[in-house]
Design a binder for this molecule. Structure first.
Ligand code: ADP
Length: 367
């Protein structure tokens, strides 16, 4: 029996030590009896320094990196009523910004008196997911509504019994309906791609690819979209083939070229370069537009991120293109990044792996 009790105690101790949430146990005299490793990590404190210390001092130390005095008082109030109040969330600023959910619970053992515990759970990720979901809903509804309103408007107009539209007008209305339907289709495709990227389920079918051909095609298509820009290609004469999914690479190139056109609205030169670096071919698309502030260079690859939400909304777009491009490039084992100074144009670069002997063998094997 004794042995059993010891084992249970050890197990309970090990469980607290291995728990993914932080735990603080406070004894009957309001002194810290346990601070598990996760709590040490979350708050960047050492258990050895706090064991036996007054818990109020601990609350004040935590509150310094969060809501200040007011928060320390709130901790104390919840601790005093551990049995009644469920808990609350607060934002911790250091060692890194996190949202922590704190829950107090009374310890009910016979000899525990006023002893209690606190569970600290890092809910930062949940909060981000929540924020992303609301952003998704608002973007999707806004982006779907605009083309839908125009499709509906022009269809209703065409169907009016009391007006006869001449053929040219009818065709113009139908052309708008077609264009707006394409926009809807593109947005839905983007959302589907994004959800595959997020689930780590983006399907890519690799084969040896001649980048030179893909780049030429993409540039020809892009040139058809604009009269204000001219394109210059600077492709190394001996470009090795890359190990990639041509459809997906086309998607990345189209996105970068369309962005260059969209965000350099005054026209100018767009330069596409391919060069070899170690085991990769690096493709760059450079424009002469406004550029991107340095501190936002990484964020443009976040889903839904737009440097200037209001003005880019006008040009259309959901802020998903670069996030998908990043997912595609990374699924190939490459990287994508941007370089820019405000007012000096932007350069987007991505790398794709050069075909290796082993890739080809693998390919034959699969066929
Ligand atoms: P979208 O174009 O649909 O907004 P993207 O993911 O393709 O979405 O781009 C995200 C944001 O990055 C854009 O809204 C824009 O603010 C910025 N951006 C992208 N490419 C460029 C560029 N070539 N020059 C300046 N800003 C750019």
């Amino acid at each position: 029996m004794q042995r059993f009790a010891t084992t249970t105690r050890d197990l309970a101790h090990d469980a607290l030590t291995s728990l993914a949430d932080g735990v603080t146990l406070v004894d009957d005299d309001a002194r810290i009896a346990l601070l598990n490793p996760r709590a040490e990590d979350l708050f960047d404190v050492r258990a050895s320094e706090w064991l036996g210390a007054d818990v109020d001092a601990f609350y004040h130390a935590l509150a310094k990196n969060a809501g200040g005095e007011f928060l320390a008082e709130r901790f104390e109030e919840y601790a005093a009523r551990a049995d009644e109040l469920p808990g609350f969330e607060f934002t911790l600023r250091a060692p890194s910004e996190k949202v922590i959910e704190a829950k107090w619970f009374a310890l009910r053992g016979k000899e525990n008196g006023n002893a209690y515990g606190v569970l600290w759970r890092d809910v930062t990720r949940d909060k981000q997911v929540d924020a992303m979901k609301s952003q998704l809903l608002s973007t999707v509804s806004h982006e779907l509504r605009t083309p839908l309103a125009s499709i509906k408007g022009f269809a209703t107009t065409l169907l009016r019994q009391d007006v006869r539209w001449d053929e040219a007008t009818q065709r113009e209305f139908l052309r708008i309906i077609e264009e707006e339907s394409n926009r809807l289709e593109e947005l839905i495709d983007n959302l589907l791609d994004m959800s595959q990227v997020e689930a780590g389920a983006l399907r890519i079918q690799r084969e040896p690819v001649q980048l030179r051909r893909l780049v030429r095609e993409a540039v020809d298509n892009a040139q058809r979209l604009t009269e204000a820009h001219w394109f210059v290609m600077d492709l190394a004469s001996e470009l090795p083939r890359v190990w990639a999914d041509p459809r997906r690479v086309r998607q990345v190139l189209n996105n970068l070229l369309e962005n260059a056109i969209k965000y350099a609205p005054n026209g100018g030169q767009i330069t596409v370069t391919c060069e070899v670096e170690n085991e990769f071919v690096i493709t760059s698309v450079a424009d002469q537009g406004e550029g991107i502030p340095r501190e936002l260079l990484e964020r443009v690859f976040d889903r839904f991120f737009q440097v200037d939400g209001a003005s880019t909304r006008k040009t259309g777009g959901s802020g998903l293109g670069l996030a998908i491009a990043k997912g595609i490039v990374e699924a190939h084992g490459g990287t994508i990044w941007a370089e820019s100074e405000t007012g000096q144009g932007s350069v987007f670069r991505f790398s794709l792996p050069i075909v290796k002997e082993s890739d080809l063998l693998q390919n034959q094997f699969n066929e």
